[in-house]
Design a protein around this ligand. Structure first.
Ligand code: ADP
Ligand code: NI
Length: 215
């Protein structure tokens, strides 16, 4: 097995599946998460091959994409076996992506350093300038308003409410995006999150000034 070759093949494989995906898990999301995971992995002296593979494949087993998570994980295993990736590496990659694809309720930290890194990279893509852009695109696609001062952010919510309840793009900052900085696993992830977090806070300050006509 040649690691570079496996990475190249997997890039093409994932690109092909996600090219027509329209729920915010497009190929460019995967590409950004993979680059960020590699950046963090280099700083944290983690296994680059595992981080890169897991980042590339992290959304493939998502039920939104393949209908059924167990089936999706089976497909990923089959793909990696076909590439002659060693069994223990396949197990590690699958362990990471199965934990990551649990939505809402399951916020258990990932066990391995590589898992922590890929989760940090995925979370970083939800904050900062890119995170703001994704939030507004998602809101627009769901028909949500930019902001509604009468609609207060929800403090506690079930997974169902998180997905279906009425909210706004700006509320999503309080319901999720501003919480992510405190959930980062790695030192480098935290450092990157700090800058992106500050950018969102400044964005909100400017937003309210413009909203109130005071700027
Ligand atoms: P992931 O699977 O990458 O953890 P989601 O599928 O929950 O994230 O969301 C994809 C993107 O859409 C993220 O950037 C997220 O912040 C944004 N998003 C999710 N739910 C909402 C919402 N209710 N309002 C605005 N943006 C949202
Ligand atoms: Ni993702």
């Amino acid at each position: 097995m040649n690691e570079n070759y496996v990475i190249q093949n997997t890039q093409l494989y994932v690109k092909n599946i996600l090219e027509s995906e329209g729920s915010g898990h497009d190929w460019f999301h995967i590409e950004r998460v993979t680059k960020t995971a590699v950046t963090i992995a280099e700083k944290e002296n983690a296994n680059l091959f595992v981080c890169e593979l897991a980042a590339l494949l992290h959304d493939i087993a998502d039920e939104k994409i393949c209908g059924d998570e167990q089936k999706g994980l089976g497909i990923v295993r089959e793909w990696l076996s076909l590439q002659e990736v060693p069994e223990n590496t396949i197990d590690h990659v699958l362990q990471i992506i199965s934990k990551m694809s649990f939505k809402g309720g399951n916020n258990l930290p990932l066990k391995s350093l590589e898992g922590k890194i890929v989760q940090d990279a995925d979370r970083l893509d939800a904050i900062g300038a890119i995170g703001i852009a994704r939030c507004f695109v998602y809101s627009g696609a769901k028909g949500q308003l930019i902001y509604d001062p009468a609609l207060k952010p929800r403090a506690e919510m079930t997974n169902e409410e998180y997905r279906k309840g009425k909210s706004t793009a700006v509320n999503h900052f309080y319901e999720k995006l501003l919480k992510l900085k405190g959930l980062m696993n790695t030192k480098e992830g935290k450092r990157l999150a700090d800058e992106r977090h500050l950018f969102m806070e400044n964005f909100l300050k400017q937003f309210y000034k413009e909203w109130n006509g005071t700027q």
